[in-house]
Write a protein that binds this ligand. Structure first.
Ligand code: GLV
Ligand code: MN
Ligand code: MN
Length: 423
């Protein structure tokens, strides 16, 4: 699928500007900036709209053409010399966790933009078009589950299901999305039909774990993504007086939730198994009232599908017994098997890292990414760069300007290879 390329880097890699890429990260971090130096830029929020408009302004200033689709994915197109060929896509997401960092997601989008700018400044016209994409709602912290834009694009979840999802305040994804598309109406060229078959997709991302930093290696060639199963559990008991209701008469929903969580935490305490209860809501949430309801999340991950299957099935099978005398309703809101990226693309990334003189290593992704969904529709791969102490989904998340630029240079070379430089 790729044209043979010399092993010396193209002129474009040399045009990647570390300072410009860094400045754009700092500028984007203003949209949803938190006092502790992170960002709260949740999907389809006014902060995200502002960031998307800034991205469109930068891209159209370079001559790229902006499109969105009905799922709110935003595409910024550098037209190739053969515009009818399937484009090469690169990007990630702009939305963040509520106490997120300045690099998760946005790095992949800004690295894509920087790569395209470097290609333009090198005077190179690729044969295939290259499109920088920002997928809608990767994080899923406001409207759950996330990966909405990339799942809709890949045909893995119907758009109608996505649009009906409500946030904690009752707002519907469809209404929030309509506001985004309205805000962008003047800035984009057109709304495209949802979904097509790209030539390939490359996602650059911070590692979000400690491996690259510990090894002192700037480039991670991602081998694949571990599997995940996500649940919501609603435990229902009976509201009662905290001082007068005898223990034997109680149906305490929070105590039942604690039993379920403690049991599953111990069951999943096995090498490599990730078990997280990151959200819990208690009703009525009053100190002197026995809780009538506990609603909580479970995020379960492992690279081995059989083990993930068995442990996830235990959530379904054991919750009711552990909750008694309360009732529990278990909903599995998302599930994805482990995947391996094509070796051909892994070799492409490793080869270009090598020709740029950058140390690289192979590693799996333990976090989920939009690349998981794109893997279903086109050859897909990921490039990781280190982040400080492996910290992510936290306001003090940090990646160095040097490492961000190094990953962008590798991305630039891979994009050119996939898009084929016109002689
Ligand atoms: C993505 O942000 C994840 O939680 O893996
Ligand atoms: Mn991310
Ligand atoms: Mn994230």
């Amino acid at each position: 699928m790729t044209a043979p390329r010399p092993t010396v880097p193209s002129k474009a890699a040399g045009q990647v500007s570390e300072a410009r890429l860094w400045a754009r990260h700092l500028a984007m971090a203003q949209f949803g900036a938190t006092v502790k130096g992170g960002v709260n830029r949740q999907a389809l929020s006014i902060e995200e709209i502002a960031a998307r408009l800034q991205l469109i302004e930068w891209a159209t200033g370079l001559g790229l053409v902006a499109f969105n689709d009905d799922a709110g994915n935003l595409f910024l197109r550098l037209e190739g010399s053969e515009p009818d060929l399937a484009p090469v896509l690169t990007g990630s997401h702009i939305d963040s966790q509520p106490s997120g960092g300045r690099f998760d997601g946005i790095y992949g989008v800004l690295a894509g933009l920087e790569a395209v700018q470097a290609i333009l400044e090198a005077g190179i016209r690729p044969r295939r078009s290259i499109e920088v994409v920002a997928w809608m709602n990767e994080e899923g912290s406001r409207f759950a589950p996330g990966m909405m834009g990339s799942e809709a694009f890949a045909g893995l979840r119907p758009l109608s299901t996505i649009l009906a999802v409500r946030d904690a305040a009752g707002a519907m994804t469809g209404d929030a999305l309509a506001a985004v598309l309205q805000a962008e109406a003047d800035a984009v060229r057109a709304t495209r039909p949802l979904g097509f078959a790209p030539h390939a997709f490359l996602e650059a991302h911070i590692e979000q774990g400690p491996v690259l930093e510990a090894a002192g290696i700037p480039i991670g060639v991602v081998t694949g993504i571990q599997g995940v199963r996500r649940f919501r559990l609603r435990v229902t008991g009976t509201e009662a007086h905290a001082g007068t209701t005898p223990r034997a008469a109680r149906r305490d929903a929070l105590q039942a939730a604690v039993r379920i969580i403690a049991h599953l935490d111990s069951l999943t305490d096995q090498p490599g198994v990730m078990f997280t209860v990151g959200m819990i809501e208690v009703k009525p949430n009053a100190p002197s009232v026995v809780p009538a309801e506990a609603y909580f999340s479970i995020d379960l991950r492992h690279p081995d599908d059989a083990l993930l299957q068995a442990l996830g099935d235990a959530v379904h099978d054991r919750a009711a017994g552990l909750a008694a005398p309360c009732r529990v309703e278990v909903t599995e809101i998302a599930a994805a098997r482990a995947l391996a990226f094509p070796e051909r693309l892994q070799a492409l990334i490793a080869g270009h890292a090598g020709s740029l003189g950058l140390k690289h290593m192979s590693l799996p992704s333990l976090a989920g990414h939009d690349a998981r969904q794109l893997h279903h529709v086109c050859p897909t791969a990921m490039i990781f760069v280190p982040c400080r102490d492996g910290v992510s989904h936290r306001e003090d998340e940090y990646a160095s300007p040097e490492d961000l630029a190094a990953g962008c240079r590798v991305l630039t070379e891979c994009l050119l290879d996939l898009a084929e430089i016109t002689p």
